[in-house]
Design a protein around this ligand. Structure first.
Ligand code: ADP
Length: 294
C-alpha cells in the first residue's frame, strides 16, 4: 500500500495566474478522481506531481520519496499519461513499447520482450502488436498510452483527461482497463467529465480556481444533497427570472427547453419536482457556477 501526501502546494505562473492555492490531499491505492472545470488547475497539479514543473511552496511525498526534491527517484515509480500523448511514429505497437522501455532503463532484451508482451496483453492489443500506432483509433492510442504508463511497475499512475475524444464504446473499454489497473496502485484520474469519476472512482476531489473545494467519496457528497435538489422544465425567456429567485445548480436543454436543477432546503412548490441528486449536481453545486445564463 502506498500513500501520496500533498501539503499546501501552491503555484503562481509568471503571468499572475494562481493555478494552485494551498492544495492539500492524501491518497492511497485505488482510483482517485480529480474533477474540475477547464482552467481549475488540474493539469498544473498533475504536472507538478509528475515532476514536469516546480511548485512555489508546499510539499508532496510518495511514501518516503520527496517528490519536489527527488524527481529522479519519483520518475522510477511513476507512470504518466499526459493530456497530449501526441507522438505516434510509424512504428508498430510492439516496437514503440520496446523503445520506451529502453528509455526507462530496461536494457535486458529478453526481460523487455516479456514485459512488452505482458503489457500488450493487458491492454488487449496483443493481436495488433505488428500494426503501426499511427493508424490506431483514439481508444487504441489511449490503451497504448496506458501500456507505456505501466512500464516498470509504477506505484503512482497519473492520467490527465484520458477520455476526451473517445467514442462511448472506446470509453467503456478504457474504463474497464483503468479499473483493473487501479486495484494495485495509486491512480489519479484528472478529468472535467463527471461520468469518468462516477464510473470509476471511490474517492475524489473537486478543484476550482486552484483550490480543493471537496474531498471525499462521491456517494457521501451525493447523500449530502439528498432531498435538496428540485427540477423543472421552464421556457428559455424565464431563465433569468428563475436564476434571480432560485439557486440554480445546472441547466440542460431538453427538447429545446431548459431543464433546471435548483438546490433548496424546502420544497419550493411552483411546479418543481424533487429529484434524486447525482454527481453532476454535486459538481455544479461545489463549483458554484454563475454560467447558467449563457
Ligand atoms: P486544468 O487542467 O484544470 O484545465 P490548468 O492547470 O491547465 O487547469 O490551468 C490552470 C490555470 O493556469 C488556467 O487559468 C490556465 O490558463 C493557467 N495556466 C496553465 N499553464 C500556464 C502557463 N504555463 N503559464 C501561464 N498560465 C498557465
Amino acid at each position: 500500500m502506498s500513500t501520496l501526501k500533498i501539503t499546501n502546494l501552491s503555484k503562481t505562473y509568471p503571468n499572475g495566474v494562481k493555478a494552485l492555492n494551498n492544495v492539500s490531499i492524501e491518497l492511497e491505492n485505488g482510483m482517485f478522481g480529480l474533477l474540475g472545470p477547464n482552467g481549475a488547475g488540474k493539469s498544473s497539479l498533475m504536472r507538478t506531481l509528475a515532476t514536469l514543473q516546480e511548485a512555489d511552496s508546499g510539499t508532496a511525498t510518495l511514501d518516503d520519496i520527496d517528490i519536489l526534491n527527488q524527481p529522479a527517484e519519483l520518475r522510477k515509480v511513476l507512470g504518466y499519461l499526459p493530456q497530449e500523448f501526441g507522438v505516434y511514429p510509424r512504428i508498430s505497437a510492439e516496437q514503440l513499447l520496446d523503445h520506451l522501455a529502453i528509455l526507462k532503463g530496461f536494457i535486458n532484451a529478453k526481460e523487455r520482450k516479456e514485459m512488452v508482451k505482458y503489457l500488450l496483453d493487458k491492454v488487449n492489443l496483443y493481436d495488433k502488436r505488428k500494426k503501426s500506432v499511427k493508424g490506431f483509433s483514439g481508444g487504441m492510442k489511449q490503451r497504448i498510452g496506458i501500456a507505456q504508463a505501466l512500464i516498470g511497475n509504477p506505484k503512482l499512475i497519473i492520467v490527465d483527461e484520458p477520455t476526451a475524444g473517445l467514442d462511448p464504446g472506446e470509453r467503456n473499454r478504457f474504463y474497464n482497463l483503468l479499473a483493473n489497473v487501479g486495484k494495485e496502485v495509486i491512480v489519479i484520474l484528472s478529468t472535467h467529465i463527471v461520468d469518468d469519476v462516477r464510473e470509476l472512482c471511490t474517492k475524489m476531489a473537486i478543484m476550482n480556481f486552484g483550490e480543493i473545494v471537496y474531498h471525499g467519496a462521491p456517494d457521501t457528497a451525493i447523500n449530502e444533497l439528498q432531498d435538496k435538489v428540485y427540477q423543472k422544465i421552464i421556457e428559455l425567456q424565464e431563465l433569468e427570472e428563475y436564476a434571480s429567485r432560485y439557486s440554480i445548480i445546472s441547466n440542460k436543454m431538453v427538447g429545446g427547453k431548459p431543464l433546471i436543477h435548483i438546490s433548496s432546503d424546502a420544497n419550493p412548490g411552483d411546479g418543481f419536482e424533487k429529484v434524486k441528486p447525482n454527481l453532476e449536481d454535486v459538481f455544479f453545486s461545489k463549483i458554484n457556477t454563475n454560467n447558467v445564463l449563457v
